[in-house]
Design a protein around this ligand. Structure first.
Ligand SMILES: NC(=O)c1ccc[n+]([C@@H]2O[C@H](COP(=O)([O-])OP(=O)(O)OC[C@H]3O[C@@H](n4cnc5c(N)ncnc54)[C@H](O)[C@@H]3O)[C@@H](O)[C@H]2O)c1
Length: 252
């Protein structure tokens, strides 16, 4: 079967772990030349090495997506290594839960917004001009089911993820005619270190599973397949869309 991303320069943030790692590996397996971005260098280097060990092309670039200078530098690194930028998956994120709105510390609120919302904005700010230079590209931003519905105890997270869907729609409207398709992914519960950390608390694993009518959480590879679809030519008429991959959680 033809590889859908042969020779294309692909940037993935939060690619040291979970959904980002699975997606970076999937892009690499389909011929993409991947820039693995994360603030964790040990695990980020491991993702890039895993892509290369499987016969693909990848570099690791350490960046904190909440910092503009880092986002500018990660895009420059992708362009320098791979000669341009055709696809980006802006996926790095953190989760803070357990506090009702009136109890959220301002510092915690700011931290979640800085990574989950500002990080997506800053990534696109530097990715879009590079894509425009060479006739366009595709961007997928990671939102969440928490960008579609509210979850008590997840105020900052849900606010950031609703914001990701908002900026995805606006940017899609602004750039689709110039060939940059921008969409969002809304994962439901997915078996990554982020979710598994939460499962350490009593009753959480059963609660999360019960929220998903499919009766299980997703494997990260199931989210990766949706991202590759959105970045592929099969999704050539899709822009400004939020693709929900949640085992029917938000259908209720
Ligand atoms: N796992 C789920 O159930 C789930 C559900 C909905 C949405 N999401 C979203 O999917 C995305 C990926 O989450 P995951 O479950 O794979 O989590 P994860 O914790 O396994 O991976 C997140 C990665 O992002 C990196 N990261 C965090 N802050 C960063 C920063 N400032 N700069 C650069 N890298 C940073 C981490 O080092 C880590 O490697 C997140 O945006 C998350 O909100 C996850």
């Amino acid at each position: 079967m033809a590889k859908r991303f042969e020779g294309k320069s692909i940037l993935v943030t939060g690619a040291a772990s979970g959904i980002g790692r699975a997606t970076a590996l999937a892009f690499g397996a389909e011929g993409g030349r991947v820039t693995v971005v994360d603030r964790s260098d040990k695990d980020g280097e491991a993702t890039a090495k895993a892509i290369r060990d499987a016969g693909g092309a990848a570099i690791f670039f350490k960046a904190d997506v909440s910092k503009a200078a880092d986002c500018r530098a990660m895009v420059a690194a992708a362009v320098a290594a791979h000669g341009g930028l055709q696809c980006a998956f802006n996926n790095a994120g953190i989760e803070r839960h357990g506090y009702l709105t009136a109890d959220i510390e301002e510092s915690s609120w700011n931290e979640v917004i800085a990574v989950n919302l500002n990080g997506v904005f800053l990534s696109m700010k530097y990715e879009i001009p590079e894509m425009l230079k060479h006739g366009g590209g595709a961007i997928v931003n990671t939102a969440s089911v928490g960008g579609i519905v509210g979850n008590p105890g997840l105020g900052a997270y849900c606010a950031a993820k609703h914001g990701v869907i908002g900026i995805t729609k606006v940017a899609a409207l602004e750039y689709v005619a110039q060939g940059v398709r921008i969409n969002a992914l809304c994962p439901g519960g997915t078996a990554t270190p982020m979710l598994k950390n939460w499962f350490q608390e009593p009753g959480v694993e059963e609660h999360v599973k019960a929220l998903h009518p499919i009766g299980r959480w997703a494997d990260p590879s199931e989210q990766a397949k949706a991202v590759l679809f959105l970045c592929s030519d099969d999704a050539s008429y899709m822009a400004g869309h939020s693709l929900i991959v949640d085992g029917a959680m938000t259908a209720q």
